[in-house]
Design a protein around this ligand. Structure first.
Ligand code: FB9
Length: 526
């Protein structure tokens, strides 16, 4: 018995010659016929049920008929309907667990232990008991025995599920439905359906619309009487397959842009491995400083030691550390300074750049920046990994003061869209005075630490050979924090590392730093 679809195919073949080849297929044809017959409109789900085809096939036909223009109107509706769960389906077929338990109790009763071994035993027993279909006689010698209380029973649960399966859920009361839902036998699904009605250009025969203007149409002139599919200029083009910049790199390029606009030059930072000398000693960070031990810093076993150090400069640094001369004294050894490590900040690159600058006489003012990876053996948490990208700005000139630092910080953060700044005194081994920088974050309704800064100590600059009256202001922040806030990312592991879902990278829009941050899934704690 060919099903209706088959009949249709047969029918169309005969009727309309090439109509059948219409891209939209027979379902569209049938939908138009039904619409013709229907007064008012029809529901796509009901039509699918009638035709015995997948709802999706009808939705496909609706979409392609819509593309033809005013042939049909289609209004998207979401209808809630009840559906049986897999267990509900099974019960509708085989009967409820409690009914199966009842049926498995013979008139002479059944040992409870045996009953419990039945597949529906456990689930059905308590329900059959509460339905007062069965009773347990505990006084029996060889253990509790189950007996029927009633001769027969109505398997209401099965009946109700079959009603729903037959599309008559409305016959059940709310209480009955919610009881079946609680027993995970029924779920309410929201079905997106189309209410289809005739369009202003409705017709049952839709001729195939051309989508290409072929040379033979032009040569034969047949294009004159052929209907052409209208261009859908609103159609979103197919995204070209292209590489995707990680959000961190998008924000990095914006920070680069800001520094270049402010006349800064990028410092070379292509060395994750650094000597303790440039990472700490050159910055006048005492060799006993807690940050210089294993707990905070990743030291290298191989290559364990830096061999090339500018020894004349090293001697001056040694004197500064050990004999003081401008301030406190610390024991200092060359071995400690030679220890290789993964740089803990890009300020080591600043030290190298300032040392190179000091070699160029006469002194010329300079503005440098760096954005690159740094490594810290820190406790990991939602916002801290063992590595992050440090952004650093350095300005070297005659007579720079804290005021200059505040000024350049204001200019820098303003370009980030951050205007309300507060400066809080802080401490760094290599800057005095030092300031933490805070900005008021509209979205988070609180002051957020957006960086650290200071004026490099003379103990750092003079051994390099920089003139007395040259001072150097500098500041630093991370790349990850602004990126997480801009992209509304809560946990740094969603941004960096093996857990990153690449879709986030593919879909990550270009986020203008100075534009309002994207709402995060849940407003992140800064
Ligand atoms: O990035 C940080 N915060 C931040 C920055 C921008 C931002 O943008 C939003 C769009 C609006 C939001 C937040 N911080 C620095 C502050 C905190 O997150 C802090 O908890 C974590 N810090 C890192 C170090 O953690 C151990 C961020 C990282 C940091 C800290 C200091 C420096 C660099 C990076 C520095 C420096 C410095 C100081 C003086 C001279 C030279 C360099």
């Amino acid at each position: 018995e060919p099903d209706s679809l088959h009949v249709l195919q047969l029918f169309c073949h005969t009727q309309h010659g090439d109509a059948l080849t219409m891209a939209d297929g027979p379902v569209a044809e049938l939908l138009l016929r039904r619409l013709q017959a229907a007064d008012g409109g029809l529901d796509s789900a009901e039509l699918a049920a009638e035709l015995g085809v997948e709802h999706q096939a009808v939705v496909g036909a609706v979409k392609s008929l819509q593309a033809l223009g005013e042939v049909i109107e289609a209004e998207l509706r979401s209808t809630k309907r009840w559906e049986l769960t897999a267990e509900g389906e099974e019960i509708a077929r085989e009967g409820s667990h409690e009914a199966r338990v009842f049926r498995s109790v013979p008139p002479e009763g059944l040992a409870q232990s045996e009953l419990m071994r039945l597949p529906s035993g456990k689930v059905g027993f308590s329900k059959a008991m509460s339905n007062k279909w069965i009773r347990v006689d505990k006084s029996v010698a060889d253990g509790p025995r189950v007996f029927r209380v009633v001769d027969s029973m109505e398997d209401e649960v099965q009946r109700r599920l079959q009603l729903v399966r037959g599309g008559q859920a409305e016959k059940l009361g709310e209480k009955e439905k919610s009881e079946l839902r609680k027993r995970k036998l029924l779920t309410e699904v929201t079905l997106k359906t189309y209410w289809v009605s005739k369009g202003s250009a409705f017709s049952t025969s839709i001729s195939k619309q051309e989508t290409e203007l072929s040379p033979e149409m032009i040569s034969s002139g047949s294009w004159r009487d052929r209907p052409f599919k209208s261009y859908n200029f609103a159609a979103r083009g197919v995204l070209p397959d292209s590489g995707h910049l990680h959000p961190l790199l998008k924000v990095r390029s914006q920070f680069r842009q800001i520094f270049l606009e402010m006349g800064f030059t990028e410092m070379p930072t292509d060395n994750f491995i650094e000597s303790s000398f440039w990472n700490f000693d050159a910055l006048f960070q005492p060799q006993q400083h807690p940050a210089r031990d294993q707990h905070d810093t990743f030291f290298l076993r191989d290559p364990a030691e830096a061999l090339q150090l500018p020894m004349d400069y090293v001697q001056r640094v040694k004197r500064t550390h050990s004999q003081g001369g401008y301030g406190p004294r610390h024991t200092w050894t060359l071995d400690e300074a030679r220890k290789n490590l993964l740089r803990t900040h890009t300020t080591s690159a600043s030290a190298r750049a300032l040392y190179r600058l000091a070699q160029k006489k006469p002194f010329t003012p300079a503005k440098y920046f760096s954005i690159d990876r740094v490594f810290r053996n820190e406790t990991l948490d939602a916002t801290h990994l063992a590595e992050f990208h440090q952004i650093e700005g350095v300005v070297a000139d005659h007579g720079l003061t804290l005021g200059h630092l505040m000024g350049v910080l204001r200019e820098f953060f303003t370009k980030l869209g951050i205007t309300q700044l507060r400066f809080k005194p802080a401490y760094n081994p290599y800057t005095e005075p030092s300031m933490e920088v805070f900005s008021y974050h509209q979205g988070l309704k609180k002051w957020v630490e957006v960086g650290n800064s200071g004026i490099f100590r003379p103990e750092m600059l003079l051994p390099m050979g920089l003139p007395e009256n040259v001072s150097v202001i500098a500041w630093g922040l991370s790349l990850e924090r602004p990126t997480m806030i801009k992209y509304g990312i809560n946990n740094i592991r969603e941004l960096v590392g093996h857990k990153v879902n690449l879709q986030m990278v593919y879909d990550s829009p270009l986020c203008r730093l100075d534009a309002e941050p994207r709402p995060s899934q849940t407003q992140v704690a800064a």
